[in-house]
Design a protein around this ligand. Sequence first.
Ligand SMILES: *Cc1c(COP(=O)(O)O)cnc(C)c1O
Length: 361
Amino acid sequence: MTASASSCWSPIVSTLVPYVPGEQPKIDRLTKLNTNENPYPPSPRALQAIRETAADGLQLYPDPDATALRRAVAARHGLALGEVFAGNGSDEVLAHAFFAFFQQGGAPLLFADITYSFYKVYCGLYGIPYEAVPLDARLRVDVEGFARPAEAPVAGVVVANPNAPTGEGLPLAAIERLLQLHPHRVVLVDEAYVDFGGETAIPLVGRYPNLLVVHTLSKSRSLAGLRVGFACGQRPLIDALERVKNSFNSYPLDRLAIAGATAAMEDEDHFETTRRAVMDTREGLALQLEDRGFEVLPSQANFLFVRHPAHDAAALADGLRQRGVLVRHFARPERIAQYLRISIGTPAQCEALLQALADLV
Ligand SMILES: *Cc1c(COP(=O)(O)O)cnc(C)c1O
């Protein structure tokens, strides 16, 4: 008898529950409103920088510290170089942060019951227990639900702001409340969508040694395909992330990514124009969907979270798919099973969505 190859697995591998990303279809005639990518191309300056970098130097390793990129992020946000960490997508930055801060002897990490589902996946990977704090009746993050008695051990707090997949953001005062509730643990604020109308907590970094703010270039900088994210926090937090990163991969960002991301961070005009366009389209689409009978949650993100009182969400998602429009439906948890998450496309893509919906509702 030969053993099956899976019997060679480390035992933990069979316990992992991996994240399932939204569909990336192989055919490109579809209107893709399912993974919150930016509908506009990245900064032309980023593309130029990538081309120039590709033309010269790929035989050499990249800068292990991604200094040019971190300098651009630090300059834009009024931080010191040592207060910025860069990684291969914010997912990698999050993974390193979970490893660095939240393995606290079996104490639970706190995050909302309905939020970015990768948080649970990292907990599984690193053996971190967690407690889910239910969203309130209107699907908003319940800040006071994160309070714990002084003697209760807590590993830390993670909050997506604006939250995903609901889209609503917390004001800075609420983030400060979380920081004050758990002054001895890291409060990680995942601001993947903040540039579409939320309030960033980066200005609080100087005052709160326990604050770590994580950003991605995948959404508001139109660079999902380049895989770049960063974290901002006081030096001891950044030092911890670097220790983990340098125990895992010295060169998570390649030369093309460093060059493209640096140029993208420096192109304020392109950033402003495209994020404004997404926000304007979002407001128009919300009204159109309400006209068609949908309930639309308030959104400060590049997507809308909607439900129709008379139509099953899974059936709507199927019907849209048959008409060439992809949106995201989460069958679980139960509480959101009747919602659809619709990424904001170009005005033409949103029109295609509305046309397809005209047959269905
Ligand atoms: C998209 C997203 C990320 C991941 O972004 P990448 O930088 O592409 O890895 C992280 N957090 C939230 C809440 C997101 O929606």
